[in-house]
Write a protein that binds this ligand. Structure first.
Ligand SMILES: Cc1cc2nc3c(=O)[nH]c(=O)nc-3n(C[C@H](O)[C@H](O)[C@H](O)COP(=O)(O)O)c2cc1C
Length: 190
């Protein structure tokens, strides 16, 4: 089994997948890893929708294209125009992580409001990506969608929030290297 630090350093976002199906056993291992993430008061404010149906993937793709066009206009970021989301149609498995705003902590009384449940879902997503990588699969944390539109596509009740989509599959080629700033640059000891 891959060492934890090796998994953390080696994981890269994958945006091109082989069509090979991902075995249910693998998906279940990834989901189990997600459930061991920390959460406020151990509220475990996540639910998972495992998407393998091609027609649902096509709807997710259409929404991503629409959201990309909206974001391009809003931001003026030219690179967005070149960012393709075709891989959403060929990714073997897309796991939607749905957050429950009720599953939050003392933050609900604070000025910034309830953020804990979203952070917990983020921690679950990171566990999923690391577990997938350790098992030899590529993954991507995908958020280029309107939350309301995604709720409709996935049939999620209104009081819950689609936090992110996790794409999983065998990578098609090696994902590109992407640098990091050093922790020294990001750290002050006080
Ligand atoms: C909250 C969040 C949202 C993200 N949304 C997207 C997305 O919509 N599309 C995408 O291609 N990558 C998305 N990413 C992946 C980042 O682009 C990626 O993690 C970053 O560029 C660093 O690359 P690496 O994951 O290969 O280290 C997202 C990551 C996070 C944490």
């Amino acid at each position: 089994m891959m060492d934890l630090f090796e998994a953390i350093r080696g994981r890269r976002s994958c945006r091109a997948y082989l069509k090979d199906a991902v075995e249910r056993e693998v998906v279940e291992k990834i989901l189990e890893a997600a459930t061991w993430a920390p959460s406020p008061l151990n509220s475990q404010p996540w639910e998972f929708l495992v998407v393998t149906d091609q027609s649902v993937k096509e709807k997710i793709y259409t929404e991503a294209v629409r959201c990309k066009e909206w974001a391009l206009e809003k931001s003026g970021w030219k690179w967005l125009g070149k960012y393709g989301v075709d891989f959403l149609k060929t990714t073997p498995v897309i796991i939607a992580v749905i957050g429950d705003p009720k599953g939050t902590g003392v933050d609900m009384f604070m000025e910034e409001g309830s953020t804990g449940y979203q952070l917990a879902c983020g921690a679950a997503i990171q566990n999923m990506l690391l577990a997938g990588h350790a098992l030899g699969f590529g993954g991507l944390w995908f958020t280029l969608f309107d939350k309301k539109a995604m709720r409709k596509i996935l049939g999620v009740e209104e009081k819950k929030l689609p936090i992110g989509l996790v794409c999983i599959g065998k990578p098609l080629g090696a994902p590109g290297a992407i640098p990091r700033k050093s922790f020294q640059e990001k750290t002050t000891w006080v």
